[in-house]
Design a protein around this ligand. Sequence first.
Ligand code: CA
Length: 220
Amino acid sequence: MRILLVEDDPQLGDGIRIGLQQAGYAADWLQDGLAALHSLEVENFDMVILDLGLPHVDGIRVLEKIRTAGNDVPVLILTARDTVEDRVKGLDCGADDYLVKPFDLDELCARIRALSRRHNGRSSPVIKYRDIMLDPVSHSLVKDGKDVVLSGREFKILQTLLENVGRVLSRERIEESLFGWDDTLESNATEVHIHHLRKKLGKDLIVTVRGVGYMIPKTN
Ligand code: CA
């Protein structure tokens, strides 16, 4: 899952970014509202963590603009303790949740998981598909009652495909959900991970749609 963090406080921003990466998310960090708007226009994110007091374009304005543009990415706003009005305004402008500073990184990660479940229309954190159960919280995968060990990237690719069952995802889309701007990636890495996933989980699970990408088909 790829998260855009917009926070102008260098210490807080760096701390959150590191915390998100340690929790297994691909996190990109920007420090002003204008850069965030540009980035949201041209790139896909699975979630935005948005500070409200930002240079150039403030957080409320960023939120209004992306919602007006039809972007329904889940947005969690970060607010200072004394600004109830900002919080209300943020929610009214289309934020999905908020956290008041200072907050605990564990709480932030729990909110991210909850928001992601809500956005994907699931109330339970575990994703079930045929004989597979994937638990994003404990990072565990069970197939036919047995634990299957996956690498971190294999797990994320499988999670992304399972969150989009019936939809073909391009290699670029899969890679975007996995990696931040800082990460380098060999050109055939996704193919290699898919190959390993097929070896571990059976070759019919992930379908290659030639020239388009990969998909896990809907179950009947
Ligand atoms: Ca700020």
